[in-house]
Design a protein around this ligand. Structure first.
Ligand code: S3P
Length: 432
């Protein structure tokens, strides 16, 4: 499927975007190993999280879906999972594969994890190395990519691990394995990353401490099922924020968006660029902070993006590249090398798409320099990456001519209903 986008103006509106992807994955995994029932509302009904739900079902957990955004999980406790009859296919989802590897390396049975072409090319040594140090036995392809063959029945030992890269997925894989290890598992991060695993573990009665960036979990903690309300995903809201900032005169309120401080780098960066973006009605959903986001059309100014904000905005760089292209002057991104191992090489994919639309982009191994300009019409490739597709779609709303965005099927992995949502507020995005 392709998108055809015609230049269009966003209108004043109040919108909701789907539930947070990271929190939805974690609700399924932690709800499954908790004791008792977990009722999830605001769940993201996207392909990535559905792959996790299927995997947990295959491991013997009863998971019901009374509605698209609701899940009822009958937790089986820390030791209640059962061997799956076949390999677990985790589709496009790096989060599902890395976190499930942490959980499954501690079980009494063997498991096999597979994924689609994109996931099958993504690096897994980053989890295999620390989990192996804990005693896990995991085999990958020779270049450290999936499928993963995980041997069960081993005894895990707690480790003290300094993460070589800022990655919430690696941190979470180690913490999940740590729930089963003898002793206290400690992880130190080079930069703060999203802490949804820690918050949800605490919410379900687990003990997790964080002292100066050293996160620790004790083996053997019992979790208890509870009601989980998933906030709207700030990463999905980012596309609405971007479209609003770029449009001529729109004022849009996005309801109940997760504003966990480990995720809000995008807000800080866009505000530094002159974006009119404010948080209203801040409150807590369980352990997670949420707010309504008010965004108004703004004239953006290029800047040097603070590399300390990279891990707090890690999924928002495709959208930030578009903001930079629409801004006055030059924007410099640095320290973003992790973007090269996401669902696509996002630096290369965005540079390619924006160049095809007339924007000057200089790439380096860990960054990019974007010159503000005008998007022309054209034909661009999403490289099967949901966030690249949605970022280019929002860019296209302010292009001089029609833009065709190729291969957008994966938009459903994180933002089912994206097209309907943005057309509902005035963007002219059609299926071509
Ligand atoms: C995620 C962590 C991030 C992010 C991904 C979701 C998570 O990946 O890019 O979309 O849910 O833990 P890394 O931890 O690899 O940076």
């Amino acid at each position: 499927m392709d998108f055809k986008v015609t230049p269009s103006h966003l209108q004043d509106a109040r919108v909701r975007v789907p539930g947070d992807k990271s929190i939805s994955h974690r609700s399924l995994m932690l709800g499954s190993i908790a004791e008792g029932r977990t009722h999830v509302t605001g769940f993201l009904d996207g392909a990535d999280c559905l792959a996790t739900a299927e995997a947990m079902r295959a491991l013997g957990v009863s998971i019901e879906r009374p509605s698209d955004t609701e899940v009822i999980i009958d937790g089986v406790g820390l030791h209640g999972l059962r061997q799956a009859a076949a390999a677990l296919d985790l589709g496009n989802s790096g989060t599902a594969m890395r976190l499930m590897a942490g959980l499954l390396c501690a079980q009494s049975f063997d498991s096999v994890l597979t994924g689609d072409d994109s996931l099958s090319g993504r690096p897994m040594n980053r989890i295999i190395t620390p989990l192996t140090r804990m005693g896990a036995v995991i085999e990958s392809d020779c270049d450290g990519t999936p499928p993963l063959q995980i041997r069960g029945g081993v005894r895990l030992q707690a480790i003290d691990y300094a993460l070589p890269m800022a990655s919430a997925q690696v941190k979470s894989a180690i913490l999940l394995a740590g729930l089963y290890a003898d002793g206290e598992t400690r992880v130190t991060e080079p930069a703060v990353t999203r802490d949804h695993t820690e918050r949800m573990l605490r919410y379900l009665g687990g003990e997790v401490s964080n002292a100066d960036g050293c996160i620790a979990v004790k083996g053997g903690a019992r979790l208890t099922g509870n009601a989980i309300e998933v906030p709207a995903d700030l990463s999905s809201a980012t596309f609405i924020i971007l479209g609003t900032l770029l449009s001529e005169s729109a004022d849009i309120l996005i309801e109940s968006v997760g504003v966990n401080p480990t995720r809000t780098g995008v807000i800080d960066i866009l505000q530094a660029m002159g974006g009119d973006l404010t948080l209203e009605n801040p409150r807590l959903l369980g352990e997670e902070p949420v707010a309504d986001l008010r965004v108004r059309s703004s004239i953006l100014q290029g800047c040097d993006v603070d590399p300390r904000l990279v891990s707090l905005a890690i999924d928002e760089f495709p959208a930030l590249f578009v903001a930079a292209a629409a801004a006055r002057g030059t924007t410099r991104f640095s320290g973003i090398e992790e973007l090269r191992v996401k669902e696509s090489d996002r630096i290369a994919a965005m540079a390619d798409g924006m160049r095809r639309l007339g924007i000057e982009v200089d790439e380096s191994p860990d960054g990019a320099i974007v010159q503000g300009g005008r998007f022309t019409g054209g034909d661009v490739n999403s490289f099967h990456d949901h966030r690249v597709a949605m970022s280019l779609a929002m860019a296209a709303t302010i292009a001089e001519d029609e833009v065709l965005i190729r291969d957008v099927d994966n938009v459903d992995t994180s933002f089912p209903g994206f097209r309907e949502c943005v057309t509902g507020i005035g963007a002219d995005v059609r299926v071509a």
